[in-house]
Write a protein that binds this ligand. Sequence first.
Ligand SMILES: Cc1cc2nc3c(=O)[nH]c(=O)nc-3n(C[C@H](O)[C@H](O)[C@H](O)COP(=O)(O)O)c2cc1C
Length: 364
Amino acid sequence: MADLAVTIAGIQFKNPVLTAAGPTTRDGESLLKAASGGAGGLVTKTVSVKPAAVAKPNMAVLQPGKVGSRRGMLNAELWSELPLDRWIKYEYPLALGSGLPVIASIGYTPQEVSQIGPMVEEAGVSAIEFSTHYVGGHKEIAKTLRDCVSIPIFAKLSPQVDVAKVAKELEQSVDGIVAINTLGPCLHIDIETGRPVLGGEKGYGWLSGAAIKPLALRCVADIAQTVKIPVIAVGGVMSGEDAVEFFMAGASAVQVCTAAILDGPSVYGKISTEIGDWLDKHGHKSIESIRGLALSSIGKTTAFTYPPTVDTARCNFCGLCSKSCVYSAISVNKEKEFFQIDRKKCAACGLCVAICPQSALSAS
Ligand SMILES: Cc1cc2nc3c(=O)[nH]c(=O)nc-3n(C[C@H](O)[C@H](O)[C@H](O)COP(=O)(O)O)c2cc1C
């Protein structure tokens, strides 16, 4: 059985699946539920000096009522609606009772974090994650925090900054980088009412979930290639396989927000178990043995031999590859169990290999 424990900035996590700042970590009680659901560590909802006044409604899925609702979601939440003193007196102590490391997310200006930082440290949390979410000022905030707390500091980056550049600037003053926050602002219109689905002045929201995973992966890989401090990945982790992808891109742990909103707190344990199963199946003893595995291939030209070969024992002649072959290189006939790739027409685009639900096509 693979060892799932990870140590980041001296903090020991029993598994690498952490909560992320959001509605599933909005108070001590929800954090305890996440702990019971199998999370390896608890990152709390962002707290600032004043409670947030949040637009209602503030959460929507991209395709209501359809399978595609798991593609992603939009939200117009801000930081915590609870006052800071309540977090200090009640919510952090409750979460700390879980016995798991607690990382307090705080925001936003240098002045605000210099007030909140020492208070959360005093409350007993293991580390601080600061979120700038498009407000910027990463360097000043990191420096301010470094001067007023002695626990580890993690900087959470938005995907719309040059993440590698910002991470490099922060490397000396923080203990790790968390990437990414949500993407936006975005808009979703209910075509029955003709109105934005979300409330607030403009009805704008921020995109999270499966839809942002490729962006998050690119950000994590960019950061991991640029700095030596640990990277905690967040953005579209819905399964153990998603997490494995992030470890291969250089992440030391993952955070989960949207999947926990959609599937409930047991999703942390489920993802953790899936990571363990994947490692076991592939003969790896720990996350460390796959961490950054993909980075050596990034930046190198990948040349495959085309056209792909087909494994006729696997092919069920569904025709998906033929339908999506924009070069008309593939002919499939289900009745006759016929499959052919026209070598002259194949442009080596790779889509058929990627799209085949049977994994019947391959190119080496
Ligand atoms: C409803 C909602 C509220 C969020 N609130 C916060 C927050 O308070 N602070 C923060 O840094 N990120 C916040 N996030 C961003 C998440 O922590 C995470 O970075 C992002 O959703 C991507 O991860 P996911 O795809 O697993 O959701 C929020 C996300 C959602 C969906």
